[in-house]
Design a protein around this ligand. Structure first.
Ligand SMILES: C[S@@+](CC[C@H](N)C(=O)[O-])C[C@H]1O[C@@H](n2cnc3c(N)ncnc32)[C@H](O)[C@@H]1O
Length: 243
């Protein structure tokens, strides 16, 4: 079950950058003066937001220059038409892929619909900017459902999406802690096929879907599959809008 109402520790408002507190106010997060330890809540450390999970684990989203990027050939091959252009990251999450996209595109429109994930993304972008990671300036974060936001934008060359996929049950294959906690609050993105359909109606050149290797392709009519060790990038061509 997704968890949407996660409170923010009230005292954080005094120690977070004004730009971030303004975003948090728009997201309408509930506040708690002493947050219940048995539940998720948002706290702050060194001017950034931290998500505290029910068992006390912390997710501190940080965006640092991707070091293994050069070797990430399947990503580069799948996203080649985004080079020097504008790309939409329709499922921005904590911004890791948005940052990789910013290394090849001139502009990245990063869309996230979960209010708490969006708050963490906004915090990570502000912290990265303050620590002089200049490529984050190419990323524009939008709060909302990409299915709606994309419809309001002009056609964009490339749309990228990385929806949640049900986890493998085997313990050895458990994803990293931050991904597990994210999954706990977001749940599964069961409307991923609809997002792909809308994305294909609005992309001018291609839609790229990132999927775990163990997952079946999101649709049958992909024109290319670029597989890495853990994930695969599926390439879909645009379709005509149904009137
Ligand atoms: C697997 S995570 C993405 C991780 C991201 N690629 C990263 O590098 O951090 C999927 C995210 O997409 C978001 N999402 C899924 N469908 C969406 C939609 N239609 N509009 C906006 N966000 C969506 C979920 O809320 C979740 O945060």
């Amino acid at each position: 079950m997704p968890v949407n109402k996660i409170p923010l520790l009230e005292s954080c408002n005094a120690s977070l950058p004004t730009e971030l507190t303004e975003t948090l106010a728009l997201l309408n997060l509930p506040l708690c003066s002493s947050c219940p330890a048995e539940d998720f809540y948002l706290s702050c450390e060194n001017g950034s937001l931290v998500l505290i999970s029910a068992d006390g684990e912390k997710v501190r989203p940080t965006l640092t220059r991707p070091s293994r990027f050069i070797g990430n050939q399947p990503f580069l091959r799948a996203l080649a038409p985004a080079r020097g252009g504008t790309v939409i990251d329709a499922t921005a999450g904590l911004g890791g892929d948005s940052l990789r996209l910013a290394m090849i595109a001139d502009r990245v429109i990063a869309i996230e619909r979960h209010p708490v994930v969006f708050a963490l993304l906004a915090s990570a972008l502000i912290s990265a900017r303050n620590s002089s990671l200049s490529m984050v300036d190419k990323i524009e974060a939008h709060f909302g459902d990409a299915i709606e936001v994309i419809r309001q934008l002009p056609a964009i060359d490339v749309i990228f999406m990385d929806p949640m996929f049900p986890a493998k049950r085997k313990r050895s294959a458990l994803p990293p802690k931050s991904v597990r906690i994210l999954r706990d609050i977001v749940g599964d993105d069961t409307d991923d096929e609809k997002l792909l359909r809308i994305a294909r109606q609005h992309a001018a050149r291609r839609v790229v879907v990132k999927r775990p290797l163990h997952a079946p392709p999101l649709a049958d009519d992909h024109v290319a599959l670029h597989a890495g060790k853990v994930v695969r990038y599926e390439v879909y061509l645009p379709t005509r809008k149904q009137s």
